[in-house]
Design a protein around this ligand. Structure first.
Ligand SMILES: *Cc1c(COP(=O)(O)O)cnc(C)c1O
Length: 373
């Protein structure tokens, strides 16, 4: 199957653009997956065809992200917001958990956990500066008895990203680090030594909505509270290869195609996630440079905390916003409106983003400024 024309460039924050190659492959296999006589959506999750799809997806993902053997990879449902409850139900023992508040998503995680833990302790918060920076580790007040420490590695709404994952052991903490990496999974290398559990909804960098990927270290299983729903019990999920109940089969299949695509990506000598990281630095670098070069556009995030995935920006004169978005749409630049809670614009540059799309956006920024200026 071939695409009939060039598709517009999609800067949506999620569910987000997927590579055309992946969509075409899924379309080609929609009615009959590799001679099985069935589409993937129609297969039993316990049949040999689907088990092969599952095995390929999980093995490919482990290789792509270099996930150590002591981590289980679980394919669940419920999304990132579901994990905000599922994590405390599984890990907190009802005790103390620490939270670093760096934007809307970590704040939401903290708020939800308060229902399940005795103390949801705010170890640091960037709210006073409007979530435009990451508080330095020297100012974190970690609890000595925390069951875990929660961070969001990339705040999708504010466009704030940890330059590297927190190193809790170096700060004298033995608590496992929990990372919500929904919007930057598989965009850069991940230091698993620093992590106890990581979770991500698939719909930004990995595939379609409806699939949540959880990476959980073996020693963290078996701690669930009695009220934890069976479908969300990590130990049960791990013991049943994510098939305690019906997993999101279509999402797992598309994740598998996406993983193959990511493993094929190349930048010079580098492949896979290392290549994607180079690409993200180049694309985000270009866009931030264009924003910084102009008084017409601004991004307020501290340069060291700027996200490579989500680039929020504001027009100096908010009265031009509607015209900006209309002009963008006419040029095939879609979904640039910022999140309603912060306003302005936002360009999300996930794994499927192309250099051509970023160049087109940068060109449009200049053109619109000239028109209005
Ligand atoms: C999108 C997102 C979520 C929400 O995921 P849902 O699938 O809508 O539950 C959570 N955390 C982060 C960082 C996100 O970007």
């Amino acid at each position: 199957m071939n695409s009939l024309r060039q598709r517009p460039f999609n800067f949506g924050a999620g569910p987000a653009a997927l590579p055309e190659e992946v969509l075409l492959q899924a379309a080609g296999e929609m009615l009959d997956w590799r001679g099985s006589g069935m589409g993937v959506m129609e297969m039993s999750h316990r049949g040999s065809d689907f088990i092969a799809i599952y095995e390929d997806a999980i093995t490919g993902l482990r290789i792509l992200l270099d996930v150590p053997q002591e981590f289980h990879i679980l394919f669940l449902q419920g999304g990132g917001i579901g994990e905000n409850a599922i994590v405390p139900l599984n890990l907190s023992g009802g005790g103390v958990a620490d939270f670093l508040l760096t934007g809307s998503w970590s704040s939401k995680s903290w708020d939800e956990a308060r229902r399940y833990v005795r103390t949801a302790h705010v170890a640091a918060s960037a709210e006073p500066d409007g979530f435009t920076s990451i508080p330095p580790a020297s100012r974190w007040r970690l609890s000595p008895d925390a069951a875990y420490v929660h961070v969001c590695s990339n705040e999708t709404i504010q466009g704030v990203q940890f330059a590297e994952l927190p190193h809790l052991a170096a700060l004298g903490s033995r608590a496992p680090l929990v990372v919500d990496c929904s919007s930057d999974i598989a965009s850069r290398r991940f230091d698993w030594q620093r992590v106890g559990l990581a979770f991500a909804g698939a719909q930004k960098n990995l595939g379609p909505a409806g699939l949540t990927v959880v990476f959980v270290r073996e020693d963290l299983l078996g701690r669930a509270l009695p009220i934890c729903p069976s479908a969300f019990n990590y130990e049960l999920a791990a013991r049943h290869q994510s098939m305690y109940n019906t997993p999101p089969t279509w999402g797992i299949y598309l994740l598998g195609l996406m993983v193959e695509w990511m493993r094929r990506q190349r930048e010079g000598e580098l492949t896979g996630v290392a290549a994607l990281e180079i690409r993200h630095r180049r694309q985000a670098g270009k866009l931030y440079a264009a924003i910084d070069a102009s008084a017409f556009y601004t991004n307020r995030v501290a340069p060291t905390a700027r996200s490579l995935m989500n680039v929020p920006f504001f027009l100096a004169d908010t009265r031009h916003e509607a015209a900006f978005l209309d002009g963008a749409r006419e040029r095939g630049l879609l979904q640039l409106k910022g999140h309603k809670s912060v306003g302005g614009m936002r360009a999300s540059l996930y794994n499927a983003m192309t250099d051509a799309a970023v160049d087109a956006l940068v060109g449009y920024l200049r053109e619109f400024e000239r028109q209005m200026g």
